[in-house]
Structures are given as structure tokens and as C-alpha cells.
Design a protein around this ligand. Structure first.
Ligand SMILES: [Zn+2]
Length: 160
């Protein structure tokens, strides 16, 4: 915890290098397209990079890429601007759904009133290795790989 003047918040050493909040107004299609078009890293790693988007966790990146049918291994700069732009509302929807469900309790997460979160029961990709993909008409199964030391869950049939 640190204390600083409101006017100095944007320049605070812990905050000045963070990208925009995914639910904030600065995070929009034009921003994400510009941020990703020069990145040669897998889209999964780029979305976990706090300098690009602040506070988007591993679970939510997996779920957003599954919903957007984007393979986590795709190089960021190989995706069309249209597909990158389409990720913005998908990311917001995933977070909105997670908030509505009270978050995700995998280990010890609790809401402030002590209640568990329930979004983990709605995961379509995360933690479902070997299970059937939930995309309508997709006959694929969810696979698990490790990227940058983190588990990635995805369908290698409908995520391209
Ligand atoms: Zn699938």
C-alpha cells in the first residue's frame, strides 16, 4: 500500500507503466489494434502483459480467446484488425459475466462478505482439458498447453 496525491497517481512508479483497465474507456478497439499490430508474441502472452492491459488474469484471457475463436498461440501481429477489435467486447463480456457470478473461487478467493465466487462453474475452456468443446457444432476437445509458465486451455478445432 502506498499513499500519494491524486494528481500524481498516473505517474506513480507502480502505475505509470500499466496499460488501460479492460473495463475503462481508454480500452477500445483502436487502442488494442495499435497495441498488438507490432507485437510478435503469442496473443495469450500479449493479453497477460500488464503494460498492454492492466489486471486481466490467466483464466479470463483463456475464456476470452475461446469465445473469440482465436488460438492462444497465434502471433498478435498475425491477427486481422477486425479479429483484434472483436476481442474488446468479448473481454468486457467475460469480465462482466465473472463479476455477475461473484468472481472465480479456485482456491481461497472469497467475496468481501465471505461468499465464494461462482464463475468457475461457467468456464468453457479453463480447467476443462480433455472435455468436449462447448462451441455449438464443434466436435473438438479442450487441450492444455503451457505458455510463459502459465496453463493455457483452448480448443484446437474452433480456435484459429
Ligand atoms: Zn471447439
Amino acid at each position: 500500500m502506498d499513499l500519494c496525491a491524486t494528481d500524481d497517481v498516473e505517474n506513480h512508479k507502480f502505475l505509470r507503466n500499466l496499460g488501460p483497465e479492460p473495463l475503462g474507456n481508454e480500452f477500445d478497439e483502436a487502442y488494442l489494434q495499435a497495441a498488438l499490430k507490432t507485437r510478435n508474441t503469442p496473443i495469450k502472452s500479449a493479453l497477460l502483459d500488464q503494460k498492454i492491459i492492466a489486471g486481466l488474469g490467466n483464466i479470463y484471457v483463456c475464456e476470452a480467446l475461446w469465445r473469440a475463436h482465436i488460438a492462444p498461440t497465434r502471433k498478435s501481429n498475425s491477427l486481422s484488425a477486425k479479429r483484434v477489435g472483436a476481442l474488446v467486447p468479448v473481454i468486457r463480456d467475460v469480465l462482466g459475466d465473472a463479476i455477475a457470478a461473484g468472481g472465480s473461487s479456485l482456491k481461497d478467493f472469497r467475496q468481501t462478505d465471505g461468499e465464494l465466487g461462482y464463475f468457475q462453474h461457467s468456464f468453457a475452456a479453463y480447467g476443462r482439458a480433455g472435455e468436449a468443446c462447448r462451441t455449438p457444432d464443434c466436435k473438438g476437445k479442450i487441450s492444455r498447453i503451457v505458455q510463459s509458465g502459465r496453463s493455457t486451455f483452448f480448443c484446437n478445432r474452433c480456435q484459429r
